[in-house]
Design a protein around this ligand. Structure first.
Ligand code: SF4
Length: 353
C-alpha cells in the first residue's frame, strides 16, 4: 500500500490565506524564472486543459518567454509586469491560469507567496510578507506564532525544497536540524513574550545583534537602523505600486517625506503599540531561517530582525503622515519585504546579511 502523503504544517494565523488578487507578484520588481522543463509542462496544460492545438500551445508559450542571460529562461515582461498578466478590466488576472488552471502556471507562480519545504516527516509552509494579503492576515492576527495542520489533500501546491538533516548555522558551521528547529521555536516564544511586555524593540535589537541567544534583549533599535536618505526612492516606488494594486490602500506620502526615518520616540511607540503584529511578522520571517532560506540561519535571522525594524520605522512615518494604523502596518510590512529584497547590501547595517 502506498504511504499516505505527509501532513501540511503552516502558521495558524495564515491557515486561511487565499489569494487576494493584488497581483503584486506579477509585476515589478518580481520576475518569473523557469526551469528547463517548465515550458513543455505549460504547453501541455494549455493543450490538455485549455483546449489549444499542441502546436498553438507551444507557439503561445514560446512567445511569452525570454532569455535574460546565459542559461536563464524567464517570462517576458511588458509595461512593468508579466506579459501574461491582464492588469485591468473584468478579466484582471493571469491569462494563463484562466485558460488552463493552476497546474499550468510556472512553479514560482503556483506557490507564491508560499515557500513549501519538506522538513523530516512533514511539509512545512512559510509565507512572504511582500504579498499585501499576507501582511493583512499578520496585522489582523492576535497571539504568538502557532502551528496549524492541513491534510495533504487540501493543499495543491508542490514542494519546492527539502531541508537537510544538517543546516548551515553560519558560513562555516552546521547544526542538526532538530537543534535549529528548537532555536527557532525559542525565538518565537521570546518575541511573543516581548510583545506582551511592550519590549519588542529590545528583543528585535537582540535578534539582530545576538541571534544565537533566544530571549536576549538589547538597546536602541533606532540607532541600529541608520535610516539612509537613499531609501526614500525605493520605498516610495514600492508604496506607489502597492497603492496602484490595492485600491483600498491609501495613497502614500511623497518620497521627500521618507528621506528621514522616524524619531526614536515614534519608533519606540510604534514597536510598543503594535508589538503583537510586528512580533508575528518577525516570527513569520524567522520561520524561513535555515529551513526555507539557503542563507546561513543566523544571517537569515538578522535579516528578519532588520526587515521588521524597517517595517516598524516605515509604519511610524506613514502614521505621522496621516495614514491609519492598520493600513500603515500592512503597507509597511509589504514594502519592507520588497525593499529588503532590492536594496544594495551596503545600505544595510552590518553589510553581512
Ligand atoms: S504567469 Fe500568471 S501568475 Fe505568473 S507572473 Fe505571469 S501573470 Fe502572474
Amino acid at each position: 500500500m502506498a504511504a499516505s502523503p505527509p501532513p501540511i504544517r503552516l502558521p495558524a494565523q495564515l491557515a486561511r490565506y487565499t489569494c487576494g488578487r493584488s497581483l503584486v507578484c506579477c509585476q515589478t520588481p518580481w520576475g518569473v524564472y523557469l526551469d528547463g522543463d517548465e515550458p513543455d509542462t505549460i504547453a501541455r496544460h494549455l493543450a490538455d486543459v485549455g483546449g489549444l492545438a499542441p502546436a498553438d500551445a507551444r507557439r503561445r508559450v514560446a512567445a511569452a518567454l525570454e532569455r535574460p542571460g546565459r542559461g536563464l529562461l524567464s517570462l517576458r515582461r511588458r509595461d512593468g509586469g508579466c506579459a501574461l498578466l491582464e492588469a485591468h478590466g473584468p478579466e484582471r488576472g493571469c491569462s494563463l491560469q484562466r485558460a488552463a488552471g493552476l497546474g499550468a502556471l510556472p512553479r514560482t507562480c503556483q506557490t507564491f507567496p508560499r515557500l513549501v519545504t519538506r522538513v523530516g516527516d512533514l511539509v512545512e509552509v512559510a509565507f512572504l510578507l511582500d504579498c499585501p494579503t499576507v501582511a493583512r492576515h499578520v496585522v489582523a492576527a492576535r497571539g504568538g506564532f502557532a502551528w496549524a495542520e492541513l491534510p495533504a489533500r487540501d493543499f495543491p501546491y508542490p514542494v519546492g525544497r527539502v531541508a537537510a538533516a544538517a543546516i548551515a548555522w553560519t558560513a562555516s558551521r552546521d547544526v542538526p536540524r532538530a537543534e535549529l528547529l528548537a532555536w527557532r521555536a525559542a525565538w518565537w516564544a521570546a518575541l511573543a513574550d516581548a510583545a506582551e511586555a511592550r519590549a519588542l524593540g529590545p528583543a528585535l535589537a537582540a535578534l539582530l545583534l545576538r541571534p544565537e541567544a533566544p530571549g536576549a534583549r538589547d538597546d536602541a533599535p533606532s540607532a541600529l537602523l541608520a535610516w539612509s536618505p537613499a531609501w526614500g526612492g525605493p520605498i516610495s516606488d514600492a508604496l506607489r505600486r502597492l497603492h496602484a494594486s490595492e485600491a483600498d490602500l491609501p495613497a502614500p506620502p511623497p518620497a521627500s517625506a521618507l528621506e528621514e526615518g522616524p524619531s526614536e520616540g515614534a519608533l519606540t511607540a510604534t514597536l510598543a503599540q503594535n508589538g503583537g503584529a510586528l512580533a508575528l511578522a518577525a516570527s513569520v520571517l524567522l520561520q524561513h531561517a535555515g529551513v526555507h532560506d539557503s542563507r546561513p540561519a543566523l544571517d537569515a535571522a538578522r535579516g528578519a530582525a532588520w526587515q521588521t525594524l524597517v517595517a516598524a520605522a516605515l509604519a511610524a512615518r506613514l502614521t505621522d503622515a496621516g495614514l491609519g494604523v492598520d493600513d500603515a502596518l500592512v503597507m509597511a510590512l509589504s514594502t519592507a519585504a520588497q525593499v529588503a529584497r532590492t536594496l544594495p547590501t551596503s545600505h544595510r547595517l552590518g553589510a553581512s546579511f
